[in-house]
Design a protein around this ligand. Structure first.
Ligand SMILES: [Zn+2]
Length: 332
């Protein structure tokens, strides 16, 4: 498969963490300004094979110290959106946990507004549409997460369209965040949840019961035909992140990766980076790997991006604009 064609294809990314996706040049700039050791940010890239999800997530410890000011959050959000635009991502949902950026006293509102500022700058300069998801972290207390979603739903910030739950799924199953998630959903926030990343298809079913419209990863359902039938029947999109899924041990190898199986079964799926820097990847790379591993055709890659957009947490107008762009591509 031709890399140039995939690069040029207008692409949609639904699952991209801000803190895990900041370009290395920007990270180094922020580390230098913070007087951190010269090679500090090398820890921000995860090994090709981690011990488990928790090990993979430990890379974020390197990045978080420089993401505690409004100026740096703005710079980081801008840089992530620009990097996505540079490989022709035309719609990006950027997610992050506001509570992770409050070590030096920023409020949830300040954190979110700083990220929005960076996103707006990028949208003013480049033809990319970016929306934001606020994540609760599984290891935070249920009270803090409930307060977070209460606050996020009251903010009335146009770009913030949905909520997510991220973090250590192995030790903190979905039951730990039920109250917080229900608070968000009851306030009309659109819900996606990391689930089924560490082997539990039960978590996928719980997330759907909580009202999730999409699932982050969800690969564990490949072991359970009943779960697969429910996900298909309810038209829940799985946000697959192939490189990340191999790194964290969500699957044992490409032969075991369920992309083609889900597509054949009729489950809506999208392809994502998860973390561009931590996983040292781009959306172009993820599509290229999948094209080679699963013999994806050009039309299938266009369709995967269109499916992603149909399930995006965006207005119908934005959805139609992006879908038209994808349809038009290659027909000029
Ligand atoms: Zn993720």
């Amino acid at each position: 498969m031709n890399r140039e064609w995939i690069h040029a294809l207008p692409k949609v990314e639904l699952h991209c963490h801000l803190d895990g996706s900041i370009p290395m040049a920007t990270l180094k700039e922020l580390a230098e300004a913070a007087d951190l050791p010269k090679d500090w940010m090398e820890q921000a890239v995860a090994p090709a094979l981690c011990l488990d999800l928790k090990d993979y997530l430990s890379t974020f410890d390197a990045v978080l110290p420089v993401l505690q000011s409004e100026a740096n959050l703005t710079k980081a959000a801008y840089a992530v959106a620009r990097a996505a635009h540079e490989e022709n991502v035309v719609y990006l949902e950027m997610r992050f946990g506001p509570l992770l950026h409050q070590r030096e006293g920023l409020s949830t509102r300040q954190v979110i507004e700083a990220v929005c500022k960076g996103v707006e700058q990028a949208m003013a300069e480049f033809p990319i549409f970016v929306t934001i998801l606020a994540c609760a972290l599984r290891h935070h207390s249920e009270e803090r997460n409930t307060e977070l979603f209460e606050e996020v739903s009251k903010l009335q910030v146009e770009q913030v369209i949905g909520i997510d739950v991220a973090g250590d799924e192995g030790n903190f199953p979905n039951s730990c965040v039920e109250k917080a998630v229900k608070t968000g959903v009851d306030s009309k926030m659109l819900l996606t949840m990391h689930s089924g990343e560490t082997g539990s298809y039960e978590n996928v079913l719980t997330a759907i019961a909580f009202g999730a419209k999409r699932i982050g990863h969800g690969v564990a359902i490949k072991e359970d035909p009943e779960s697969m039938a429910i996900v298909k029947e309810k038209n829940i999109l799985l946000e697959l992140c192939p490189t990340s899924n191999l790194q964290t041990g969500a699957v044992t190898g490409w032969k075991d990766y369920p992309l083609r199986a889900f597509m054949n079964y009729g489950i809506p799926v999208s392809i994502n980076t998860d973390n561009r820097t931590v996983s040292d990847t781009t959306l172009t790379d993820e599509f290229l790997i999948c094209a080679n591993q699963f013999d994806l055709t050009k039309q299938e890659m266009k369709d995967l991006n269109k499916t992603a957009m149909q399930h995006a947490f965006a207005s119908d107008k934005v959805k139609q604009e992006v879908i038209n762009k994808i349809d038009f591509f290659g027909n000029e």
